[in-house]
Design a binder for this molecule. Structure first.
Ligand code: ANZ
Length: 819
């Protein structure tokens, strides 16, 4: 047989063998402990799988394979997030039906996923555009509808003039459509919403119970944006003396005695009533301009705050003082009450505003309660109240309670909680999505399609070009539209909007537990066995979209008694990006895209896999490097060339060095197990390399060591341990050296206990100052030490930004964090 490393000879063969022998099968209700490891499923685009997917799927697969060898019953499934705009836009341009292009792309993806050696349970594969799947996406819509969580509302919505559909707030990036980059505009439409705001507090509370990256949790917290504050009613005095209630929302009622102006949103209904005649023209002009800007632009702290004086005043109920009213575009109409009290001394934006409009700056909070005369910039922290009548001397937090109570007692205010999150706009005026299963009856209004009539199927023959009317192409098909009311039978119209693709991906992780069920979305017992997901790996870009929506769906199902857990993903990891060799994001226009097909053709899948694992810590970005991949390829060839020699060698020799081989191998077992457990795939590959260096060195010194028992055993251990990372070459060598069955069925090696880890104490300094001492394993690298440092209370309480800090590191001795 051939002695040279030639992955083409065996990679395809082994994949077929694994598939046929059901190596990746997840067993429902097995005796073994279960482990559910999930990757964010791909959108089957026309360009196929890219190396970005690999960065997620390869480490996940390595971990899944490792867990199987550890004795777990592993569920590692894959599917396709197959509905969505790009397929439809492509269809419109090229005249190919979205169904055709989507399923053709899926075939290509499947081929690539298999080529990479990914160990999915293929019996559980599905696409969200399969009618067997979207039947239940519709069913969930009805569940939400029946629970009062889906409703229709007419409102101004962001509209993409290119994709001709509305978009959710989350799908607008810098004022542009997240898919095509066209600037969005506002359009008034009647749309469907999911009442995610109803779950705002639960969505916040649950974050404390899950093991997710802090960054994602804080993005969700900010997105939900819970603010405790107070609503205080000022009296706006119109030009003719009429008084109007003008409530403001503030989180800083402790600054109430420092109010020197009021600002209201341009959309505020009282604007014109509170504008003096000589100011009308100026105010109108200002409003027109403001309405053309985007919210993000209006809110940004970098831009200058603009506003115009209305000529009218408002009365502060605490002091009876009159302050001028401005219209300012930094006030968002949809947040709070659409009006704010301006406190220049203690709010940055108000400070800028006051400087520009020559408004007084009244200082009412100081650090220690001493009187302060002037400020260079706003003092925005809490402190002690000054110049605040009977409330002077109180701490900010006490004052907030007392002042709120005072306002409540006097009937001009109350404590309130506000959220930034808005209800989830889910209707899309597009064809290629899950239909909204509603029938509009002139008498009964919106009526859900009876469950036995689900799914509402997408008609095949449709002119699916989008329309400017704000209706979906489904409205072009009278056979689809015209129906009768399920209650009274009167002629009715079927809803023609489809659901946002994020509705489809909000429950897919449950379907994998029972993918072929045609009686229910899933069997409760199967879901109880497999869920929640133990480990979820995917991109951080989904922080406030998919990851929030999926949690919302899960909570709704929990409340509906369908499942017995309310958080779907116990642990989350975000993989970093693979950048081009030029350190830029990979993109067609830059011409720096690496195609996995080409890499596999040149080096084989194992090299690609090992390289992706080796490229850097899982959660950080890393540039592609041809040198790097060549290096990893040399490592695999070296391993092959060394081990293949054992094919015709016996174990008849005995050598003193066997003791050392055993020790080094034991060390590798300890290290690699720990590294893989902590998702340190890059250092895991380094450990393999180190071990191989040792082995090749001793064989160079004395070729006869290959004929010892310890040597052969060590090679077998090594192959078993590297099998999750480079499954093909491990399997091939295993068989060439006389193994039977599959190496992937072997148990994960356990150390013999010869190797003892040594610990040392490391000094932790911050800016040269001793802050803590920690125990680390001798020889630990900066990365591992830093992991431990980040867990030290003494360090975390200093609030260091670890990404921006610099590090001075002396192995086994000291780490100095320069922040
Ligand atoms: C007076 C004040 C004084 C404020 C001070 C802050 C500091 P969060 O925490 O984000 O909820 N605000 C209220 N409604 C607003 C709106 N519709 N558009 C823009 N800004 C608005 O922010 C609450 C604070 O944001 C409120 O507290 C209000 O300014 C402003 F020293 O009131 B504050």
């Amino acid at each position: 047989m051939e002695k040279e490393y030639n992955p083409k000879e065996f990679e395809e063969k082994w994949y077929k063998y694994w598939e046929e022998s059901k190596l990746f099968k997840a067993e429902d209700f097995s005796e073994k402990p279960k482990f559910y490891i999930l990757v964010m499923f791909p959108y089957p685009s026309g360009s196929g799988l890219h190396v970005g997917h690999c960065r997620n799927y390869i480490p996940a697969d390595t971990y899944a394979r490792y867990k199987r060898m550890q004795g777990f019953n592993v569920l590692h499934p894959i599917g396709y997030d197959a509905f969505g705009l790009p397929a439809e836009n492509y269809a419109i341009e090229h005249g190919i039906h979205p169904r055709e292009s989507t399923y053709r792309n899926i075939e290509n993806f499947r081929r690539q996923l298999k080529m990479l050696g990914l160990s999915y349970d293929w019996d559980r594969e599905f696409a969200t555009s399969d009618p067997e799947y979207y039947k239940w996406t519709e069913w969930f819509f009805e569940l939400l509808f029946k629970r009062g969580l889906a409703y229709q509302d007419r409102s101004f919505q962001w509209w993409c003039p290119h994709c001709k559909t509305v978009l959710a707030n989350e799908q607008i990036i810098d004022g542009k459509c997240w898919r095509c980059g066209t600037p969005v505009v506002k359009k008034e439409l009647k749309e469907w919403f999911f009442r995610i705001t109803h779950y705002a507090d639960k969505l916040l509370e649950g974050l404390d119970r899950i093991d997710w990256p802090e960054r994602i949790k804080s993005m969700q917290r900010n997105w939900i944006g819970r603010s405790e504050g107070a609503e205080i009613t000022f009296k706006g005095v119109g030009p003719d003396g009429t008084e109007y209630d003008l409530p403001v929302f503030t989180t800083r009622i402790d600054t109430i005695f420092g109010v020197t102006f009021l600002a209201i949103a341009p959309e505020h209904p009282l604007v014109m009533k509170l504008t003096r005649e000589d100011k009308v023209e100026e105010v109108k002009k200002y409003i027109e301009e403001a309405l053309r800007k985007f919210e993000t632009e209006r809110l940004s702290t970098e831009k200058e705050k603009t506003g115009v004086f209305t000529g009218c005043f408002a009365r502060n109920p605490f002091t009876d003082e009159l302050v001028p009213i401005y219209v300012g575009d930094y006030v968002v109409y949809s947040y709070g009450t659409g009006a704010v009290m301006g406190v220049p001394a203690h709010d940055e934006r108000d400070f800028q505003f006051a400087k520009k409009h020559n408004l007084p700056i009244k200082i009412v909070i100081s650090k220690d309660g001493s009187l302060v005369e002037t400020l260079e910039e706003a003092f925005t922290e809490d402190g002690i109240l000054i110049n605040s009548n009977g409330f002077s001397g109180l701490r900010s937090d006490e004052a907030r309670k007392k002042l709120t109570k005072y306002a409540e007692e006097h009937g001009f205010g109350r404590g309130v909680v506000r959220y930034k999150i808005r209800d989830w706009l889910i209707s899309r005026q597009r064809y290629w999505g899950a239909p909204i299963p509603i029938i509009h009856c002139p008498e009964h209004g919106a009526v859900p399609v009876p469950e036995e009539d689900l799914p509402v199927l997408l008609p095949d023959e449709v002119d699916f070009s989008p329309r400017d009317t704000g209706e979906s192409p489904l409205a072009n098909d009278p056979d689809f539209v015209n129906t009768s009311c399920p209650i009274c039978g009167k002629p009715s119209r079927r809803e023609t909007d489809t659901q946002d693709g994020f509705a489809c991906s909000s429950w897919y992780f449950l379907r994998y537990a029972d993918p072929h069920n045609d009686k229910a979305p899933f069997d409760k017992e199967k879901v109880k066995y497999w869920l929640p997901v133990d480990l979820y790996i995917g991109g951080a870009e989904h922080a406030v979209m998919h990851l929030l929506y999926a949690r919302f769906y899960t909570m709704v199902m929990y409340d509906a008694g369908l499942i017995d857990f309310d958080e779907p993903f116990k642990k989350l990891l975000n993989q970093g990006m693979i950048l081009g060799a030029d350190h830029q994001k990979m993109s067609k226009s830059r011409g720096n895209v690496v195609n996995p097909d080409d890499v596999i053709k040149e080096y084989g899948a194992d090299t690609l896999r090992a390289y992706i694992l080796f490229i850097g810590p899982l959660d950080t970005d890393a540039p592609w490097s041809t040198e790097g991949i060549n290096g990893v390829n040399r490592f695999i060839k070296r391993m092959w060339n060394l081990f293949i020699q054992l094919e015709d060698k016996s174990t008849t020799k005995e050598k003193p060095i066997e003791k050392e081989i055993e020790l080094i191998t034991d060390k590798m077992i300890v290290k690699v197990t720990e590294q893989i457990e902590r998702f340190k795939f890059n250092t895991m590959i380094s450990s393999f390399m180190e071990w191989l260096n040792f082995l090749s060195k001793i064989t160079q010194e004395d070729a006869e060591v290959m004929e010892t028992k310890a040597y052969r055993e060590a090679v077998q251990t090594f192959l078993t341990m590297i099998a999750p990372a480079t499954p093909f070459v491990a399997e091939e060598l295993y068989h060439r050296l006389g193994g039977t069955g599959s190496i992937h069925k072997k148990e994960w090696p356990k150390p013999k206990g010869i190797y003892k880890e040594e610990y040392v104490t490391i000094i932790v300094q911050v800016n040269g100052k001793l802050r803590d001492k920690i125990e680390v394993e001798a020889g630990s690298e900066l990365e591992d030490v830093l992991d431990l440092v980040k867990k030290s209370d003494k360090i975390t309480r200093l609030g260091i930004d670890f990404n921006k800090a610099k590090y001075i590191f002396v192995k086994d001795k000291l780490i100095n964090i320069v922040a």
